[in-house]
Design a protein around this ligand. Structure first.
Ligand code: ACO
Length: 324
């Protein structure tokens, strides 16, 4: 059975950078109080990229995909599977993956979206890995892309300061060399209320609440517990001792969650990739963006053992263990 190997990555962030001070000044015009100090102390976030009105998730995804294909040295026409993880699709349908396929000029091969919020990329990567291992795809584009700014309530300071927009992508190729070594996905739907955007459009009207709502402390606790357990499970199932991991690339929600996780797992800070300070929480895009940053700056190298982890609404969580 072939492995699915990551042979390229790419990221794209919209050009507009909003610092904490700029955001605080903007919110102050509506009598909403926040500060750089509060945001940095509680979350580690210093800035976020925000897409201009009208910029869609598929546009960010296409740009990230082009960069990933270029990095992999693969022609778009070689891609026979596209999976986009997103909670902010352009449309109800067609899927964002179909829009990406058209944008890249590809015809044929499967294209579909995966919805697991901030766990979306690891869900999509595990799915693509299963396709490749089963011989159903040879070359997959796996993308996490979000315009989360479109589902934020900009009058709710407890959530609007936490998120940003962006896209990250990887190219997976069937290979005889070790690539993805294990994946573990979990969900607990009974926890849906702690993090949700429980609205929709029906009969042309918005029903429910279309904005993201979160019980921050409940999310914090569940994120640390579930990711700790998942890290051990994926290593155990792959028969790899946890100590051999070279890099932890966790979902970038909050630096305090990441630090807690690192301490619980006994991973030293210099083995953990952090981008939340610059990107904020980009939901499904956070893991591939962080992976891409660390590959491009030379930290993650060929042969390294990387543990990628996602956690988010659903409640969902998951881990993918990959030999680069
Ligand atoms: N600026 C200033 N004050 C604020 C802000 C803000 N942006 N947001 C909330 N506050 C205030 C609250 O109103 C509250 O004031 P009060 O005591 O007068 O009522 C006070 O700060 C403390 O609020 P808490 O919600 O208790 O703050 P907490 O210390 O829990 O920090 C946070 C909130 C950062 C969200 C934290 O709970 C957390 O890190 N949770 C993890 C969730 C997370 O990171 N989610 C990201 C998305 S989920 C995901 O990706 C998995």
């Amino acid at each position: 059975m072939p492995y699915a190997k990551i042979i390229g990555s790419g990221g794209y962030l919209p050009p507009r950078v909003v610092s904490n001070d700029e955001l605080a000044a903007e919110l102050a015009t509506r009598q909403i109080e926040t500060s750089d100090t509060w945001i940095v102390e509680r979350t580690g976030i210093r800035q976020r990229h925000i897409a201009d009105p009208g910029v869609s998730t598929s546009q960010l995804a296409i740009e990230a995909s082009r960069r990933a294909l270029e990095d992999a040295g693969v022609a778009a026409s070689d891609v026979d599977l596209i999976i986009v993880a997103t909670s902010t699709p352009d449309f109800v349908f067609p899927s964002t993956a179909c829009l990406v396929q058209a944008g890249l000029g590809i015809k044929g091969g499967a294209a579909f979206d995966v919805q697991a919020v901030c766990s979306g990329f690891v869900y999509a990567l595990a799915t693509a890995d299963a396709f490749v291992q089963a011989g159903r795809a040879q070359c997959a584009l796996v993308i996490g892309a979000e315009v989360f700014s479109s589902i934020l309530d900009w009058n709710d300071r407890s959530t609007c300061v936490l998120f940003g927009d962006g896209a990250g992508a990887v190219v997976l190729r069937a290979s005889q060399e070790p690539g993805i070594l294990g994946a573990r996905l979990d969900a607990d739907g009974s926890q849906m209320k702690i993090l949700c955007a429980a609205g929709n459009v029906s009969h042309g009207e918005v029903v429910g609440d279309p904005f993201l709502r979160m019980d921050g402390q409940a999310v914090f606790k569940l994120a640390v517990t579930s990711l700790t357990q998942s890290a051990h499970q994926v290593c155990e199932e792959a028969g790899i001792s946890f100590e051999r991991i070279d890099w932890l690339v966790p979902h970038q929600a909050n630096v305090r969650i990441i630090n807690f996780l690192g301490r619980r797992l006994g991973v030293s800070d210099d083995k953990v990739v952090i981008t939340v300070d610059k990107h904020a929480n980009t939901s499904a895009a956070s893991v591939p963006l962080a992976l891409d940053v660390a590959r491009r700056d030379g930290r993650i190298r060929q042969g390294d053992l990387v543990l990628m982890q996602g956690v988010g609404g659903g409640f969902t969580w998951g881990s993918v263990l990959a030999r680069m």
